[in-house]
Design a protein around this ligand. Sequence first.
Ligand code: CA
Length: 220
Amino acid sequence: MEVLLVEDDAAIASSLRAGLESSGMVVHHVSTGADAVASPIYDIVLLDIGLPDFDGFEVCRRIRAKSDVPIIMLTARNEEIDRIFGLEIGADDYVTKPFGLRELIARIRAVTRRRTTNNNSGASVIVIGPLSIDVASRRASMADEPLDLTTKEFDLLVHLAEHPGVVHRRNDIMESVWDTNWYGPTKTLDAHIAALRKKLNDPRWIEAVRGVGFRLEQPA
Ligand code: CA
């Protein structure tokens, strides 16, 4: 596993590098946002938020524009707004400094395993009326019009569409689409549901079941 580590604090970077390398990973370290964006894409990106040129959120956005690589944000901040923002712009997970190496490695494995699982769910195409989702190529369309979905919106759509008509509990969705390690507020989920409904062009596709969760079904 090759890791792109974006961290401007030399002490943190060298101890992270040592720890990750001792668990068998190859670490490519850069210390600015510009170098991160210019770097080749590896298997995962560990991304500090406070960088000398532009911040980690901006780096995340720019990497996301060209790649689906898993991204874990490393941050000293712990405000909810940052966590939501990080996930909104496409980060997969979030660890707050100080964090233990073991915790970080567990997150790395969870995020990359989830990606692999998603990618391997086969050549399957889910079709629900006019809605078509190609799970393998991560493309979805409505009445043959391609849907422009973010990584998380796509994952969320697949999760709901794999069992249409079934109510999915909020916590199950959070665990499956985000991470079992993710204990963030479910406001993130509501924001993604709202965005997805808009893109599906008819809010009736996703029904909110009060106090329980959400159900996807073709509108009658
Ligand atoms: Ca920093």
